[in-house]
Design a protein around this ligand. Structure first.
Ligand code: 4AD
Ligand code: MG
Length: 439
């Protein structure tokens, strides 16, 4: 291995080059592209923090260094030492005038080239595709979104309480359960949502959130369904549906405004029209389910009252506004067993879905929870759910039950919306979908 650790502390990363104007530094990275005019070679190097053009001038370096250019293939790994030079025309505003270059590894012929590739090919090479500038930008935005999520709850007195992944029962209906054998105890299921455990934690801590991977055996192939996705779920004791909606809109505003501030360059790489994100501020419009149905009918959609909103319906509704819209009071028939009913309209639930703007559709599902013991027992029966695995959950209604509410935000749909992507498959490092569990 070549000597990569420099004793005079001049190793740095591309995002820090502005701190070294006119000084000599070493960066370590991968060859993104190269071109030559004969006497001057240009190598575009990326190191994960940025991209910089390295300029090799024939009479300024040793013949070995100058000649090493010919060996470099796309994605070869190198360490380059050179003088930092401010150049407004260069990507990133700086370039490196090369003094020395070490080749760490000459890459084999790289399968992903600047030419067009099909999506399936790129997905098969997801482990390499992550290196491309678009994917890099998307995953950096994802990271920023996750940071904003944690920051939001951590700054507001919420305690993070993790929920288990292997669970004894379903939360969101039995049709999307992943099942596995669990020793002598029978079947276990990959969690569809940490909510039930978050409810238990809310009774212990007041305000909590859980944040982790969740699983749905989604049999449909759509642009917004993964079989494994990340969900953050706050749960708040003493909260009703209105409190829940207030929290949801403040939360989304915080995420979007933080990303606009911190991820400017990534959104630029993605050519995201940020004027579409700037208006995402409180208050969000609130639409009763009945009003949503009216709206659909007015636009000529044939909609059966009582049904859940389909993706196309959500698109129509969300396109009416410049910011997310909160649709509340969905019919009980299309929602989960744990949702509290509207005392005035028992056919409706105290529920809310937040539909992202620009037609992106549902990113949050939430509700006030049924907090009465007898009613919840009845619901389990109505939903044909076995009582035994829910005994502990019923306990929460036996020992100091209080009104409480919460919601779940899907990270991947949020990333797709904020980045302006067609499909959620690019929003997670290694997507899992009905027809894909590799790489
Ligand atoms: O609406 P859902 O099913 O709600 C729940 O799971 C509740 N238990 C949450 C709660 O109240 N604590 O899912 C919540 C969100 C959706 O709005 C969506 O953003 C995301 O999770 N989601 C998915 N994302 C990607 N692929 C899937 N298959 C998803 N299913 C749900
Ligand atoms: Mg939902």
């Amino acid at each position: 291995m070549p000597e990569l650790v420099d004793n005079d502390n001049s190793i740095t990363t591309i995002d820090k080059l502005s701190e070294f104007d006119d000084k000599s530094v070493t960066i370590r990275g991968w060859v993104y592209n190269k071109r030559s005019s004969g006497k001057i070679h240009f190598i575009l190097v990326r190191d994960g923090s940025g991209v910089v053009q390295c300029v090799i001038v024939k009479n300024q370096v040793s013949p070995e260094v100058f000649g090493s250019y010919d060996l470099l293939t796309q994605e070869s790994s190198i360490a380059v030492t050179g003088k930092v030079h401010k150049d407004d025309r260069a990507p990133g505003g700086y370039e490196l005038q090369v003094e020395d270059l070490e080749i760490v590894h000459v890459a084999k012929e790289y399968p992903i080239t600047p030419k067009e590739h099909g999506v399936e090919f790129l997905m098969d090479h997801r482990h390499l595709w992550l290196r491309s500038s678009r994917q890099h930008a998307i995953l950096r935005v994802r990271h920023q979104i996750i940071k904003a999520v944690r920051e939001f709850f951590d700054n507001r007195g919420f305690t993070l309480v993790d929920s288990p992944i292997l669970t004894p029962a379903s939360v969101e209906g039995t049709s999307t359960l992943f099942e596995t054998d669990y020793f002598d105890l029978g079947k276990a299921y990959l969690t569809q949502s940490g909510q039930l455990y978050a409810e238990a934690a809310a009774m212990a801590f007041g305000k909590v959130y859980c944040f982790g991977p969740t699983f749905r055996a989604e049999k449909s192939k759509t642009r917004r369904h993964l079989t494994e996705f990340w969900m953050v779920e706050p749960e708040v004791a003493w909260a009703d549906l209105n409190d829940d909606m207030n929290l949801a809109e403040e939360f989304i505003e915080h995420i979007v405004q933080t990303v606009l501030k911190k991820s400017e360059s990534e959104l630029h790489v993605l050519e995201r029209d940020i004027t579409k994100l700037q208006p995402v501020k409180r208050p969000f419009p609130r639409l009763h389910y009945d009003e949503a149905v009216e709206m659909l009918k007015k636009t000529g959609v044939e909609f059966q009252y009582g049904n859940d909103l389909g993706a196309a319906d959500e698109t129509i509704i969300s396109q009416q506004y410049d910011r997310p819209v909160m649709v509340h009071h969905y019919p009980a028939a299309c929602k989960a067993f744990y949702m509290k009913r509207d005392p005035e309209r028992p056919d409706l639930t105290l529920s809310v879905d937040v539909l992202a703007s620009e037609g992106y559709g549902e990113i949050i599902g939430g509700s006030q929870r049924e907090d009465d013991y007898d009613t919840l027992v009845k619901r389990l029966e109505e939903f044909d759910l076995p009582r035994e695995p829910f005994e502990w959950y019923l306990d929460l209604r036996k020992y100091g039950t209080v009104p409480h509410a919460g919601f779940g935000l899907g990270i991947e749909r949020t990333v797709a919306w904020i980045c302006g992507l067609e499909h959620v498959r690019e929003t997670i490092p290694f997507p899992r979908m009905i027809y894909r569990n590799t790489p």
